[in-house]
Design a binder for this molecule. Structure first.
Ligand code: SF4
Length: 503
């Protein structure tokens, strides 16, 4: 199949036709009429009465840029790959038969330094690498491809390999799916922590490119059983209405920014009604600032997106774009920086987070430069995550002890404003567990751990200790220190787990 040119053609934005199109945020806000909360809510009854006085911040001029995407079937059409050997290109095809692959022209042309391939971090971030499959899995799929196996045989083998890769880590399918009042599972929602609901809109279950280490890779391989998605705005709103303890909605994917603005509006605009006053914060998880910053600049509905964000902010919601970054190179292009300026001018806060990944950013200097660049551009460093226990983890994982060293050495190089970055943090089934340090207590070398978030809020901030293990890469490989038989939270967690699995 030839590379698809999508309908996301970026047109010259109206406002960009003006000279000196990017005005400072103060001037932009000077033009906005600050609608009171009640007025914003009133407009919902009459969409025609939306607060048109809000003037979305204008975009710097960028030439019209088509969104051109390449998938596994298009590998031979990427001219830059001609510099690799035929063996290397075949290896990519083997890996891409199992794990999702998708890249676009912007990433290829502007983010990857092809003179440094295969070491280039953005190449490692987006292109399949042989080491991503265990040798026995690689050999099995490679042999089938070499021998021209029939479709059924190949699909069967691929499915078996995928299922061996822990497609839904941390019991996502079993433990985080909420039930409605009739006890039916609600697709597309996860409710793990009391105050935060995750929403997976069905139109946002893809990304502008795929990360090789993606922990949600299972959603992209076309297996319906593995997808978590909903297109039901009503279900989302019903659930939030009946859960006043929820203060934060996280819209996630995939990448919700692949959606048309009108879909995002259908989900988010109703939250301005008084019955949703308890939803104080709307977070949108996205890597579009890295993979397709033109989404916020010249895309046909970019102005409408800015307008929607501004509307939510002006109505009193805290709106946070949870931007996924792995490397400072993602922040270096003109388009990336213009998109950041435009989003910030709406009043949206951009918080930056991403996992620590071998071959991409397992280096304190890379993290220090990333955090410094984020602060310079007005972003808030938020999390350094530990690579999750799924997919090609054996290729990308970094031992917890090394992760903590990298975090410590990086944070020591930055000023206080960048020390908002928490980590290294594991999003495990009991909760988000941070490695706070390595130390020696009563002659025993230990990891000091704490919950940043827990299934029981009472666990949060209580330090606990694990026996030091230089090789461990995840919570389930650690054991309690000082000869303790259990973690302080273990009995309670097991009871919660049993209850959820019985539902
Ligand atoms: S942006 Fe997020 S969801 Fe999309 S491929 Fe990367 S890690 Fe996965």
């Amino acid at each position: 199949m030839s590379a698809q040119v999508h309908a996301l053609k970026a047109s010259t934005p109206r406002a960009a036709q003006q000279p000196d199109a990017l005005r400072p945020a103060v001037a932009i806000h000077g033009q906005a009429v600050h609608a009171p909360r009640s007025a914003a809510a009133q407009t919902l009854a009459d969409p025609a009465a939306r607060p048109t006085q809000l003037v979305p911040p204008v975009a710097q001029h960028f030439a019209p840029t088509p969104f051109k995407v390449f998938t596994a079937r298009d590998l031979d059409r990427i001219p830059q790959l001609a510099r690799l050997t035929p063996e290397q290109r075949f290896e990519m095809k083997v890996v891409a038969a199992v794990l999702p692959f998708r890249v676009n022209q912007y990433v290829i042309d502007e983010l990857i330094d092809w003179a440094d391939v295969p070491r280039d971090p953005i190449f490692q971030l987006t292109f399949p690498q042989r080491g991503m499959l265990a040798p026995e899995h690689y050999d099995r799929i490679a042999t089938l491809l070499e021998n021209g196996a029939d479709k059924d045989e190949l699909e069967h083998a691929v499915a078996e390999v995928r299922h061996a890769l822990n497609p839904h880590p941390a019991d996502q399918m079993q433990m985080n799916m909420p039930l409605d009042e009739h006890g039916n599972r609600i697709d597309g929602l996860q409710h793990k922590y009391r105050e935060t609901v995750l929403f997976f809109p069905s139109q946002g279950q893809t990304c502008h490119a795929y990360c090789t280490f993606c922990f949600r890779w299972a959603q992209f391989v076309g297996d319906k059983d593995l997808r978590i998605a909903s297109s039901e705005a009503r279900q989302l709103h019903d659930y939030l209405r009946s859960h006043p303890e929820v203060t934060d909605l996280l819209v996630t994917g995939g990448d919700p920014m692949v959606m048309k603005t009108r879909h995002l509006r259908d989900y988010l605009e109703p939250l301005l009604r008084p019955e949703f006053d308890h939803i104080q914060t709307i977070r949108i998880g996205s890597k579009a600032l890295t993979f397709w910053p033109h989404r916020f600049l010249g895309a046909e509905d970019a102005d409408d997106l800015m307008h929607l964000l501004q509307q939510l902010v002006e109505a009193g919601k805290h709106v946070a774009l949870m931007a996924h970054y792995n490397h400072w190179k993602e922040l270096e292009t003109d388009a990336a920086q213009a998109a950041i300026r435009r989003i910030r001018a709406t009043g949206v806060v951009i918080r930056a987070q991403g996992p620590l990944i071998a071959h991409i950013n397992d280096d304190p200097a890379a993290w220090a430069r990333l955090w410094k660049t984020e602060v310079r551009l007005g972003l808030v460093p938020y999390y350094m995550f530990v690579e999750r226990d799924t997919g090609a983890r054996h290729y990308f994982e970094v031992p917890l002890a090394r992760a903590w060293e990298i975090y410590q050495q990086a944070i020591q190089q930055v000023s206080g404003l960048a020390r908002t970055a928490r980590g290294p943090s594991m999003s495990a089934s009991p909760g988000k567990v941070e490695i706070q340090g390595v130390t020696e207590i009563a002659g025993e070398k230990v990891f000091v751990l704490r919950f940043i978030q827990g299934r029981n809020p009472d666990w949060v901030q209580r330090p606990f200790f694990a026996k030091f293990d230089a090789q461990a890469t995840w919570l389930d490989q650690l054991v309690p220190a000082f000869g303790e038989e259990k973690w302080f939270w273990q009995d309670e967690y097991e009871a919660i787990r049993e209850e959820k699995l019985a539902e």
